[in-house]
Design a protein around this ligand. Structure first.
Ligand code: HPA
Ligand code: ZN
Length: 338
C-alpha cells in the first residue's frame, strides 16, 4: 500500500462543510486590512495565529466575526474564495459545497450583492481553471432572530441561480433549530436544499429538531447524536449524511484527543459520515490534514478512508450522473494505488 500521507493527498475528495470566511488566512487578513485601510488588533501574522486558542465554539466565533471585518469589496470576497480553491485544488478536491454567512457582512454595511458576486465569480473561475465543481449554501446566524433570517432569505431570492441551499450556523447552545422553523419551511418551498449545524455543542435533541422540524437533507457535525442510541440508529437507517470536521472538533474541545475522535465509531455504526475542514485557517488544516489527523491517530484502515471518500461523493447535492463521474475518478485512483 502506498504511504498513507501520499494516498490521502492524491485521493479525489469532496468538501461539504466549509465556511468560506473561515478560510481567511492571517496573511490575506493583513493584505486586505492594508488594502481597505483597516487597523487590526494584531501586530503580525504570528500574533494572529497565537490568538487562535479556543476552549469552546464561542471563543472561536468571536475571533471569526472580528476577522471577517477586513472583507469589504467584491474583489475581497473573490480573492478569499480563489485562495481557498487554489489550496484545495492542490489537495485533489474535485467538488466543494461551501457556506457563507451573509448576515456577518450585511450587519456591518456590506451588501448581499457584494458578497455573493465576489464569491460566485471565483467559483466560476475555479470551475474553468481547476475543474472544481461547486455549490453555494447560505447560512443563517442562529444567534440572531428568525426575522433577520427571513430578510436574508428575501435577499437570496434575487440570486436564486447562485445559491443551492440554506444552512444554520453560529452559537448553537440556547439557539435550537426550532427557532428557525418558518424560514426553513419557506426556503424548502423555494426549492433550496436544507442543512443545519446540530450536535456540535448542542444535545441530541437539537439533531432531532433539525431532522423533524427543519427537515434537513444533510446534518452538519452531528457528533453528539452518538449519545442517543435510537437517534444513531435512525441516522444509520435513513443514511442522512453527517459532515464531520475532525480538526475543528479538536480545536473547539469537543474532542480532547484525536485518538478518541468518533469518526471510526460512526462508520462502525453505519452512519454516512464524511470528512471536512469547517474553518481551515483557524483550525490548522484543509482537507488532507483533516483526513490525515484521524487516519493517523485512530488509526483508520485503508478501506475506511475509501468509505469516507465515497460517502463524500454520495452526500453531495450533485445529480446521480455527476456522482457517478466522481465515483469513477475515485475508483480509478484506488485501482492505480493498491
Ligand atoms: N460552528 C458553528 N458556526 C460556525 C462554525 C462552526 O464550526 N464555523 C463558522 N461558523
Ligand atoms: Zn461549521
Amino acid at each position: 500500500m502506498a504511504d498513507i500521507r501520499d494516498f490521502i493527498e492524491g485521493l479525489p475528495k469532496t468538501e461539504l462543510h466549509l465556511h468560506i470566511e473561515g478560510s481567511l488566512e492571517p496573511e490575506l487578513m493583513f493584505e486586505l486590512a492594508k488594502r481597505n485601510e483597516i487597523d487590526l488588533p494584531y501586530a503580525s501574522v504570528e500574533e494572529v495565529r497565537k490568538a487562535y486558542q479556543f476552549t469552546q465554539l464561542q471563543d472561536f466565533l468571536d475571533i471569526y466575526y472580528q476577522g471577517m471585518g477586513v472583507l469589504q469589496t467584491e474583489q475581497d470576497f473573490h480573492d478569499l474564495t480563489m485562495a481557498y480553491l487554489e489550496k484545495v485544488h492542490s489537495q485533489n478536491v474535485m467538488h466543494v459545497e461551501i457556506f457563507f454567512d451573509p448576515q456577518g457582512h450585511t450587519d456591518r454595511g456590506v451588501s448581499f450583492d457584494t458578497v455573493i458576486n465576489g464569491i460566485s465569480s471565483a467559483l466560476d473561475k475555479g470551475r474553468e481553471e481547476f475543474g472544481i465543481s461547486s455549490k453555494l449554501i447560505m447560512c443563517f446566524l442562529r444567534h440572531l432572530d428568525e426575522l433577520s433570517a427571513e430578510k436574508t432569505l428575501d435577499a437570496a431570492l434575487f440570486h436564486k441561480t447562485k445559491i443551492h441551499g440554506v444552512g444554520l450556523d453560529s452559537s448553537e447552545l440556547g439557539h435550537p433549530p426550532s427557532k428557525f422553523k418558518n424560514v426553513f419551511e419557506r426556503a424548502r418551498r423555494e426549492g433550496f436544499k436544507l442543512v443545519a449545524h446540530a450536535g456540535e455543542e448542542g444535545p441530541p435533541e437539537y439533531v432531532k429538531e433539525a431532522l423533524d422540524i427543519l427537515k434537513i437533507d444533510r446534518l452538519d457535525h452531528g457528533n453528539r447524536s452518538l449519545e442517543d442510541a435510537s437517534l444513531t440508529e435512525r441516522l444509520a437507517d435513513s443514511q442522512i449524511a453527517l459532515t464531520v470536521c475532525p480538526l475543528s472538533n479538536y480545536k473547539l474541545a469537543g474532542v480532547t484527543d484525536m485518538s478518541k475522535h468518533p469518526i471510526k465509531t460512526m462508520l462502525q455504526k453505519g452512519l454516512k459520515a464524511t470528512i471536512n475542514s469547517d474553518d481551515p485557517a483557524y483550525f490548522g488544516g484543509y482537507m488532507t490534514e483533516n483526513y490525515l489527523a484521524v487516519a493517523n491517530a485512530l488509526p483508520l484502515e485503508r478501506d475506511e478512508i475509501i468509505t469516507l471518500a465515497q460517502n463524500g461523493i454520495d452526500a453531495t447535492f450533485c445529480t446521480e450522473k455527476e456522482k457517478e463521474v466522481m465515483h469513477e475518478k475515485l475508483n480509478a485512483y484506488i485501482a492505480a494505488n493498491p
